[in-house]
Design a protein around this ligand. Structure first.
Ligand code: RP5
Length: 178
């Protein structure tokens, strides 16, 4: 199947985090491509990627970077496709630097900035799916199922908490996460 989401990371050190994104895209059965390019170390590769993505059939781009994270903004400057930015929680500032770099785009060239780290990486995949769902009913259906399963999971946790009480619930939760 042809990729409709393009994922770009600034470094191979961002790959473990971006697995959160690829997992959710796989769960929702959305084909994606993934590669590495740095806004600072390989600016020509970034420009080439961004300016050809639409012609390859890509409909949404997800760009993840840490530190002075210019990758999502630079990609957005070279394409009219929606760009979702994921601030990677790497480096001495723990991702706050990347968050500010991604969220503070100048007027006229937006990037959809996600939360720092794992939640942001997962939400990037879901947000990309929501954009695609505007024109793809099968993706909209999967997103609705995903939301329902999340709600059911919270309901079942609340039921279990009511049955076991707080202390046992916490003990059992910590045992199952070890
Ligand atoms: C950023 O600098 C990358 O996105 C990465 O998060 C961070 C560190 O990169 P490496 O020095 O580990 O390649 O450009």
């Amino acid at each position: 199947m042809k990729s409709v989401v393009g994922i770009m990371v600034g470094s191979d050190s961002d790959l473990p985090l971006i697995q959160e994104t690829t997992q959710v895209l796989e769960e929702l059965d959305i084909p994606f491509e993934i590669s590495i390019a740095s806004a600072h170390r390989t600016p020509d590769r970034v420009a080439e990627y961004a300016s050809t993505a639409s012609d390859r059939g890509i409909q949404v781009i997800i760009a993840a970077a840490g530190a002075a994270a210019h990758l999502p903004g630079v990609i957005a400057s070279r394409t009219l496709l929606p760009v979702i930015g994921v601030p990677v929680d790497s480096g001495p500032l723990g991702g706050v630097d990347a968050l500010y770099s991604i969220v503070q785009m100048p007027s006229g060239v937006p990037v959809a900035a996600m939360a720092v780290g794992r939640a942001g990486a997962r939400n990037a995949g879901i947000f990309a799916a929501q954009i695609l769902a505007l024109t793809e009913p099968r993706i909209a259906k999967r997103l609705a199922d995903y939301r329902r399963q999340m709600a059911e999971s919270v309901e079942s946790k609340a039921d279990r908490l009511a049955q076991t009480g707080l202390t046992r619930y916490i003990e059992e939760k910590s045992k199952s996460s070890n």
